[in-house]
Write a protein that binds this ligand. Structure first.
Ligand code: GMT
Length: 385
């Protein structure tokens, strides 16, 4: 029996990610879950249990990074605690590799853990997956840039979730390392519309069209554009807007809905774990971001057969194709977005074409197509040892 081969097929993988509702944490959790289903042992090392993680599944383990406070600390040193936890888990669980999602501060913590373990005779390679705001927003700030560039360059393998993000990384960082693009993914079967449990009449009793947006309500999402589009379109077509998620922009957006006079037709539902249950209600998905490296929620909408009206920034055009799966406009061009939306809702034939295409395109990003790409990279990593 080829034990070496067997070991490669049943890896012990450490996943470091944010446990919150952000796209990178969700992707990391779903990737880890799929890897566990494939027989790998997956150890999540995070500050709290990832929101979408089911710890009662086979091959899944969760290690919490505990932060102790001390009066001297103005800020608790998370990166130090994370590094020490990584060292402990690698050593005692005998991990084969680390996969860090979001460069800050996970890539630098992995680098430091690798150096500590090297001194103890343990080699632990790490893959860094760049997700978006770690590069396009926060990461490029001078307080982070030198550390992030270094930790990316030191990674054994670097991936980015879109071609656009790869380009941004080379533009903003002093990175010489080859970056491989591994796109984000969706589990298409999870998003099959379950009409019996899809209570559309709850929100649209008169058969109004339902527009939907899901995000963490940060400025970069430009939710004001979503509300303005709804306000413009509702003058011509009867629409309802459902907003899912929460974050810093929530109350100012509630105010804007009142100012625009659409507060009665706008529903703020807060954070929802199972986006498939929300997306089954949607007729059209809106993504108006100022920058977006990929746009997982748009892909999830497409997996539900929902066409997408979006901005044409960053990696969105790699997911949503103009006049095929939805429509794209310049960032902030709410008039054009509203025009496209009216065109789409007024033409049943066009709507069906885009809806069918959206679903077909989402299938190309099905997890079954993307998981082997990561597994191949893991094997490549270990074959270099
Ligand atoms: O959407 C966010 O702002 C959260 C952020 C994250 O890293 O948690 O999302 C980024 O990563 C997602 C998963 O790879 C991408 O789908 C999002 O496009 C990206 N967000 C931005 O680039 C703004």
């Amino acid at each position: 029996m080829d034990f070496k081969k067997m070991a490669r097929d049943n890896l012990k993988i450490g996943i470091i990610c944010y446990p919150t509702f952000g796209g990178s944490g969700v992707i990391a959790t779903e990737l880890g879950t799929a890897l566990a289903n494939n027989g790998h042992k997956v150890h999540f090392i995070t500050s709290s249990q990832p929101v979408k993680l089911n710890v009662f599944e086979k091959n899944i383990f969760f290690h919490e990074v505990v932060l102790n406070s001390y009066p001297l600390f103005q800020h608790q040193p998370f990166e130090v605690a994370l590094t020490s936890k990584i060292v402990e888990v690698v050593k005692y669980e005998k991990l084969d590799l680390l996969h860090v999602h979001y460069a800050i501060p996970h890539a630098s913590a992995a680098y430091l853990a690798k150096q500590i373990l090297k001194k103890q005779g343990i080699h632990i390679p790490y893959i860094t997956t760049l997700h978006g705001t770690d590069i396009t927003l926060v990461g490029k700030e001078p307080e982070f840039e030198p550390t992030i560039s270094f930790a990316i360059n030191q990674s054994d393998i670097v991936t980015s979730v879109s071609e656009s993000l790869k380009k941004d990384t080379y533009e903003h960082f002093n990175v010489s390392k080859d970056i491989k693009v591994v796109p984000n993914f969706v589990c298409v079967s999870k998003f099959q519309k379950d009409q019996d449990n899809c209570k559309k009449t709850l929100f649209a009793p008169e058969g109004e069209k339902i527009l939907m947006h899901i995000s963490n309500f940060r400025k970069v999402k430009r939710i004001q554009d979503v509300i303005k589009i709804h306000s413009i379109v509702s003058k011509t077509i009867s629409t309802r807007l459902i907003l899912i998620g929460d974050g810093p922009e929530r109350s100012s957006m509630e105010r804007l809905a009142r100012e625009e006079g659409v507060e009665k037709s706008t529903y703020f539902l807060g954070k929802i774990k199972e986006t498939e249950k929300a997306l089954c209600l949607a007729d059209v998905y809106l993504m108006t971001s100022a920058t977006e490296s990929f746009g997982v929620s748009a892909l999830e909408a497409m997996a539900s057969g929902v066409p997408v009206i979006s901005s044409n920034t960053g990696g969105i055009p790699e997911v949503n194709i103009h006049d095929e799966t939805g429509f794209l406009s310049k960032v902030g061009d709410v008039e054009n977005m509203a025009e496209n939306l009216i065109k789409l809702l007024a033409d049943a034939k066009l709507y069906t074409r885009l809806s069918v295409n959206a679903y077909k395109r989402a299938q190309q990003f099905n997890i079954s197509n993307v998981l082997p790409l990561y597994e191949r990279l893991y094997n490549e990593l270990l074959s270099k040892l």
